[in-house]
Every structure is written in C-alpha cells, then in structure tokens.
Design a protein around this ligand. Structure first.
Ligand SMILES: [Zn+2]
Ligand SMILES: [Zn+2]
Length: 236
C-alpha cells in the first residue's frame, strides 16, 4: 500500500465512511470485513471438523454423530466456516430474502483461507444452481456470488457447470425419503468439458442434511469430475 492509499484509508476510518455491512454502524474496514462486534457473534465451527459435513467432529470414528446415520457422502471433504446461528444466520437470511448480496464479501476471505488450509487440490468452484424462478424472485444466486468471490481469492475459475432441470419444493417441509426423491435428477451438467478430470469444489450457503449437495456431487462425478469437495458458509 502506498502512502496515498494509506492516508485515504485512515481518513475513511476516521469518518467511518465504510461502516460494517452487517450492522451498518461499526467500523467495517473497507466493505470487505464485518466490525469486531459482529465478528464476535459469528461462531466458527469447532475443531476438529467432520470431513463429511464440516461440522464439529464429536466422535472418535472419523465422522460426527449426525453423519454416522447418513449415507456415505459422495464428496471427499466438506468445509464449513461457521455454525448456523448468531450473526451468521442473520447474514444468510438477509442474503436470501432481503437483497443484500454485498454481505458476501466479508465471508469470502475467511472461506478462501479455509480452503487453502486443507492443502487439498482445487481446480474449479461450482455453485449450487437456483432454478430460474428463484432467480426471478431474488435477482441473484447467493451461492454463486459467494463462489465467485472465493474463486477470485483462490485464483481459480468459477463456473456455472450445473443447472436445475426443474424447480424443487422447499426441502424443509419434506421427510428424508421425500427429500431424496424430490432431488433425483434435479440437476444436469451444462458443459461437461469444463469439469472432466477436474477437482471440483461445490459451493453453497448452508449445509443442512446435505441432500442437495449430494445430488450435485453425484451429477458432477457421473459427468466425469475427478473428485468433489464442498464449501459452505455454515453447517446447520
Ligand atoms: Zn457490524
Ligand atoms: Zn458430520
């Protein structure tokens, strides 16, 4: 940073020209970070993390107590940044329902760091797609914005390699079995050449049961991806 940029940042900090994008009043240090008060309300997932879901590994069996009862995941590792509560839950809700795509910037930097820390290969980031009806309502796909910022920080491409073939009802109202049936064949690969032989990270906002991410992962592997891994903002 040169002297002029340094002065400008100091000046901006003095007048709080870049407030925290989440609460709107704390010092946001540019618009790329949340203020200290908001950051304190974001709870990182405790270490060690479960490789299957990214949540806290609360057993000695290599998978957490939730994942013990799940089908083996089709991905090699899942990385989740935070627990889905506090300021993180607030940020994700606003991202999805209150048109606040700028909140992503404060999350992308820690996400890219978390991916780097795994030391595992990353060739390409692929966001979980939304059906066009959702895009029409919301105006954007929050997972795609998140994926784009992370990819830029990691220096790898981000690609809309998946599309939804049909709208799927909200998963929350469905039983486990209905969920899986609901998603069967719901995704297709748009451009198989882009993912063939590549180590793909699938990016989403929240991992709850993992049913959506599993279907995306299977679709990519069937189309020739070498491996899949998962990156999410939060583990619910
Ligand atoms: Zn704040
Ligand atoms: Zn787990």
């Amino acid at each position: 940073m040169n002297d002029w940029q340094h002065r400008l940042l100091r000046f901006a900090a003095y007048w709080n020209l870049f407030p925290c994008p989440l609460c709107g009043h704390g010092a946001g240090d540019g618009i790329n970070r949340f203020c200290d008060a908001c950051a304190a309300k974001m709870i990182p997932v405790k270490e060690p993390a479960c490789p299957a879901c990214g949540g806290f590994l609360d057993t000695i069996f290599g998978r957490c107590s939730h994942c013990q009862w799940e089908q083996p995941r089709p991905w090699l590792r899942a990385v989740a940044l935070y627990e889905y509560r506090g300021a993180v839950r607030d940020a994700v809700t606003r991202l999805k329902f209150h048109h606040a795509p700028h909140l992503i910037r404060g999350l992308a930097e820690p996400a890219a760091d978390a991916v780097r820390r795994t030391g595992e290969p990353v060739d390409l980031l692929v966001p979980v797609p939304l059906h066009w009806g959702r895009i029409w309502q919301r105006g954007y796909n929050q997972s795609e914005i998140f994926a784009r910022y992370c990819a830029a920080r990691l220096g790898v491409p981000c690609c809309r390699a998946l599309k939804r073939t049909r709208p799927t009802p909200h998963q929350l109202s469905l039983s486990r079995r209905e969920r899986l049936a609901n998603l069967k064949g719901a995704f297709a690969v748009v451009d198989p050449e882009k993912i063939k032989g590549r180590n793909v990270w699938i990016v989403d906002d929240v991992l709850t049961t993992g049913a959506t991410l599993s279907e995306c992962s299977r679709t990519l592997l069937q189309a020739g991806a070498k491996t899949t891994r998962v990156l999410v903002i939060a583990r619910a």
